[in-house]
Design a protein around this ligand. Structure first.
Ligand SMILES: O=P(O)(O)O[C@@H]1C[C@H](O)[C@@H](CO)O1
Ligand code: GUN
Length: 309
């Protein structure tokens, strides 16, 4: 089957109707388990789930190419998913894709929700991970574009995420804040093993075989959307950061709450400034350009990892 964009009308089941496949604004509560079930049912009705997608993928800025590599793709635009907000960030297409990659049936988020776009509602931004869990995902591959802090990193390198510092989470902006329905998972979640050691080893082996430079390091999520000042970069470097971004940690936190194994990597799209007297501008355009250049590379890497999971 060739790739299919799903545009049939449907009834979303959460507060209302749809016209021409586009859902009306719905009153979706990301902390309601019942709303999550209705959202999941709506997705199930719109796609032909040939198998259980046990692998989920989240594409970072400009890394949507990974989604384009999926075979026999069924493409469900976010605007057809009741409860999903819109993604406004250039380089995030806004599709949920089902199909085959690396010989496995996968579900891929071609675009993500950044907390800075959605009033720091982290539970809302992490809803796709809860959806993936409902659909049967057991392993999640998260990717992002990030600024390199570690002096060994170069533009275009890949960094496997070994650990993270979730700045908004430390300040009370966690997707787990608020009433916790135990059906989402435990109230208190241990994040001691956020990035699965076995998957990291597997990725290292893949990188070696494909002759890809793969660093390993700590990813810091800041609230964004502003990039860091040189003093902030020095601050993060001092506390152990290797790469800086504005996403991922909220998704990983929710994934761990529901028992999904995680593998994460960053594409180093710029080198973060540490000296205010010699600093250069960082732009989203250069971030996207770096991601475009690394698209094939990232796609091969992810495909090979999936084939070996
Ligand atoms: O979705 P990711 O984390 O890859 O997006 C990064 C962080 C900001 O959203 C944007 C900055 O250029 O790219
Ligand atoms: N916070 C942050 N996010 C990024 N995404 C891509 N580059 C950067 C960066 O330098 N800082």
């Amino acid at each position: 089957m060739s790739n299919t964009a799903l545009t049939n009308g449907h009834t979303n089941g959460i507060n209302g109707t749809t016209q021409n496949g586009v859902h009306d604004k719905v009153d979706f509560d990301p902390r309601s388990y019942d709303d999550l079930i209705m959202l999941t049912e709506s997705v199930r009705r719109q796609v032909d789930l040939k198998e259980v997608p046990t692998i989920g993928i989240i594409c970072g800025s400009g890394l949507g190419k990974i989604g384009d590599c999926i075979k026999d793709a069924q493409i469900l635009p976010f605007k057809q998913i009741p409860g999903f907000p819109t993604t406004h960030v250039i380089g995030h297409k806004g599709n949920l894709i089902f199909g085959y990659l690396g010989g496995k049936f996968v579900v891929c988020l071609q675009g993500r929700f950044h907390p800075y776009e959605h009033g720091m509602d982290l539970a809302l931004c992490a809803t796709p991970v809860r959806l993936m869990h409902q659909l049967g995902v057991k392993n999640l591959i998260v990717s992002n574009a990030a600024g390199g802090v570690n002096p060994k990193f170069n533009y275009g390198d890949l960094m496997l995420i070994k650990d993270h510092i979730f700045m908004p989470g430390l300040c009370g902006f966690s997707p787990l804040v608020g009433v916790n329905d135990p059906r989402f998972g435990p109230r208190f979640v241990s994040i001691h093993d956020a990035y699965d050691r076995q998957l990291r080893q597997l990725a290292q082996n893949v990188a070696k075989d494909l002759k890809i430079v793969l660093h390993e390091g700590t990813y810091v999520m800041s609230g964004g959307p502003q990039y860091e000042t040189p003093a902030e970069v020095v601050f993060f470097k001092t506390v152990g950061a290797d790469a800086l971004g504005m996403s991922t940690c909220h998704e990983v936190t929710v994934a761990r709450q529901c028992g999904i194994r995680v593998f994460g990597f960053s594409l180093i799209t710029n080198i973060a400034n540490t000296d205010a007297d010699n600093s250069v501008e960082v732009t989203h355009e250069e971030v996207l350009e770096a991601a475009r250049e690394a698209g094939d590379h990232a796609c091969t890497f992810v495909t090979e990892i999936i084939s070996r999971v």
